[in-house]
Design a protein around this ligand. Structure first.
Ligand code: NAP
Length: 250
């Protein structure tokens, strides 16, 4: 039975993905800060005949996420797949100079992902087998209004994973960057701005699981958002600023 470690699985995409992978025959280790939600998720998976273990850890604490990974590997077996999914980002306009919020977002979305990778990679390198994935975002393709730290963190981690992919080529380790568009989760529930092509966490989990099982290097979805952001990358700065400057709500 292959083993997946998913961070940020107490709610949203990580939670739905844990259930989807368990349904497909994966043993799933789930990590977040809220233990009661993880315990309920593991119980739900076990009740359906699946295999699950959970551990509380803050991914910005390097020792804590490493200990969680070791504990989960001890319970379920060597970790085959990491889904570094824990992440967040509160909208904040730049003129307010929200330095603490910016740094907090970078610590979670960048440091937290790096510590999660570091928690599982040594054994993967040793075994010459494994799969690293990160839940980045289409928000990293261009700078979005009110999302400087969030867009910046996601661009950073996408590029970081691209380098990992090149570095780990030939060592038996697959590397995947996942770029969702808008997904209905607690993260987006507080959004005031429009959310085109919004899909459910369950739909997202199916798409992500399909892409991971196919060992794709990039999973960008839904297709409408992939198309839109592909075009957005080509839009000149003056037009981007004029159009995005009108987006309400942040
Ligand atoms: N929803 C979208 O539209 C969308 C689009 C693109 C990308 N994403 C990305 O998808 C990922 C999951 O987001 P979501 O939408 O599913 O939001 P969510 O429901 O708020 O889930 C975020 C998860 O991260 C965990 N988390 C937050 N801080 C943590 C920390 N310091 N240590 C450990 N776990 C922590 C939370 O659990 P605890 O609070 O229990 O720790 C929760 O399980 C994020 O990386 C997000 O940027 C989301």
């Amino acid at each position: 039975m292959p083993v997946a470690l998913i961070t940020g699985a107490s709610t949203g995409i990580g939670n739905a993905l844990a259930k989807e992978l368990a349904r497909r025959g994966w043993a799933v280790g789930v990590v977040a800060r809220r233990g009661e939600l993880l315990a309920a998720l593991a119980e739900e998976i076990r009740a359906k005949g699946g295999k699950a273990a959970w551990a509380v850890a803050d991914v910005t604490d390097r020792t804590a996420i490493r200990s969680a990974a070791v504990a989960i590997a001890g319970e379920l077996g060597a970790i085959d797949l990491l889904v570094a999914n824990a992440g967040a980002g509160d909208p904040a306009r730049a003129h307010k100079v929200p330095v603490e919020a910016w740094i907090g977002t970078l610590r979670l979305n960048v440091d937290g992902v790096i510590y999660s990778v570091a928690a599982v990679l040594p054994e993967m390198v040793e075994r010459r087998s494994g799969h690293l994935s990160v839940v980045s975002s289409v928000a990293g393709f261009r700078g979005l209004p009110g999302m400087a730290a969030y867009s910046g963190s996601k661009a950073c981690i996408t590029t970081f994973f691209e380098s990992l992919r090149v570095d780990l080529r030939g060592r038996g380790i697959t590397v995947t960057a996942i770029h969702p568009g808008f997904i209905a989760t607690p993260l987006t529930a507080k959004n005031k701005a429009p959310m085109p092509f919004l899909i459910s966490a369950e739909q997202a989990a199916t798409i992500i699981a399909n892409g991971l099982e196919a060992r794709r290097s990039d999973i960008t979805f839904p297709w409408q958002m992939k198309l839109l952001m592909g075009l957005a990358k080509r839009v000149p700065n003056w037009l981007w600023d004029r159009v995005l400057g009108r987006v309400p709500g942040v």
